[in-house]
Design a binder for this molecule. Structure first.
Ligand code: RNT
Ligand code: ZN
Length: 409
């Protein structure tokens, strides 16, 4: 089947061998928080910040050991290069508060990430699920002590990121997302943003090594309980990032339903060296459903591949589902992203671009449709085979569920 697929693609000018070779080199940053419903290890308590997991599927990882075991199992079923994406709330046995976290609180994670063959670690300050979120605000709080606490937390995270970069000889992405906003019509939309701007200025002035750490800001249009206004909006962060020479992180669940991140990627690539992504699936009001091999994901992958931006776009997963087996959610989403990238690599983009430039939109439409029925599945299977994996991951996950997850009661 693979050999005949190879020939069919060759007729379109696509080299399947080159595509398989290329996909192996595109790292995906795998979020640790799918394993425990974003609870974390530092006792922050109930998930807050306008994000939620729903469902009560058996076997949530309740501690570091269980989370590591689940990540290890999930990684073993994921093809391709993987990084591990941690949140600060996953500090191991901290005896200090988040503003004082140090590399040592993550040393066990480094050891583990190396053990499972991760290519690097990415990092996120955790500005939710904590007692110092006052009236829903963190870096934009009018309370100076609160604002200072979160500024110090972010600074601490930048330094921990330098440690990750050193350990893996690979730059670490530090993504700043805050839940700050208001449920109802604000009296002042500007001042909270000025305070956020000031906080970020102070964070970035901490003297972190820009060759090791890529700092990013993640915008969001609304959250649960913050429906009317978010301080960290898209325009705010895009301008902030451009003026301060940092990176924007686009989460494809964070925009209006008819705004597409696939269209934003090339817009930002015109101005930025790097663009970071949180790949997720928005469904109505929820921004965090499990990633599936759907049209918008395919378009996102096309923009990365056809603009030769596989080393400029930092791809990370960000979703959390507690209603299905959590390992299955992890693997399904990771494989969906890999499929989308492979699908994009199996396209003769220069031929299609030529049609666009010649304004032959008739042929462009027809050719684009043709790709949809090429034997993509055969190439995907071949890639999995070469990664020593099969298409079926459910059987192994079910075994793990019966042996390991069912014991967690
Ligand atoms: C929330 C943001 C943020 C979080 C993670 C846990 O809407 O997408 O990235 O999902 O940091
Ligand atoms: Zn996100």
């Amino acid at each position: 089947m693979y050999n005949s697929a190879k020939q069919e693609y060759a007729i379109c000018g696509v080299d399947t061998e080159a595509a398989i070779a290329a996909i192996k080199d595109i790292p995906l940053s795998i979020h640790c928080w799918q394993g425990d419903d974003v609870v974390g290890l530092d006792g922050g308590g109930q998930l807050s910040g306008g994000i939620q997991t729903t469902g009560n599927y058996i076997g949530r990882a309740r501690n570091f050991e269980e989370l590591k075991a689940d990540i290890k199992k999930a990684f073993s079923l994921m093809p391709g290069k993987k990084r591990l994406n941690l949140h600060a709330s996953y500090a191991v046995n901290p005896t200090v508060d988040r503003d004082k976290y140090e590399p040592k609180h993550f040393a066990e994670w480094v050891k583990f990430a190396k053990e499972i063959g991760a290519d690097g670690i990415d990092f996120n300050p955790t500005m939710f699920s904590h007692k110092n979120i006052k009236d829903g605000l963190t870096l934009s709080s009018p309370d100076e002590a609160i604002r200072k606490f979160w500024i110090n937390h972010c600074k601490a995270c930048l330094h921990i990121a330098e440690y990750f970069a050193d350990e893996f000889k690979s730059p670490c992405l530090v993504n700043i997302w805050i839940p700050d906003g208001f449920k109802d019509v604000p009296a002042d939309r500007l001042t909270p943003r000025l305070r956020l701007k000031d906080s970020l200025d102070e964070v970035l002035s901490c003297g972190y090594d820009r060759s090791k750490v890529v700092a990013a800001v993640e915008s969001k249009v609304f959250g649960i309980g913050v429906e009317s206004y978010t301080v960290g909006s898209n325009e705010f962060y895009q301008n902030y990032a451009a003026k301060n020479n940092i990176c924007c992180l686009l989460d494809n669940g964070h925009y209006h339903p008819l705004e597409y991140v696939s269209d934003k990627i090339p817009a930002l690539l015109a101005f930025y060296d790097k663009v970071a992504l949180h790949v997720t699936r928005g469904v109505r009001w929820d921004s965090d459903h499990v990633v599936l091999f759907e049209d918008e994901l395919k378009e996102i992958a096309k923009e990365i591949v056809r603009n030769k931006a596989t080393d400029k776009v930092l791809i990370g997963l960000d979703y959390f589902d507690a209603s299905v087996n959590r390992l299955s959610a992890w693997v399904t989403g990771q494989r969906a992203m890999q499929k989308a990238l492979l699908y994009a690599l199996l396209t003769n983009h220069s031929a299609l671009k030529e049609l666009q430039d010649k304004a032959d939109f008739t042929a462009l439409m027809v050719k684009q449709e043709e790709y949809k029925t090429l034997p993509f599945g055969a190439v995907w299977k071949e890639y999995l085979k070469r990664e020593n994996l099969s298409e079926d991951y459910l059987t192994e996950i079910r075994e793990y569920e019966n042996k390991v997850l069912r014991e967690r009661v």
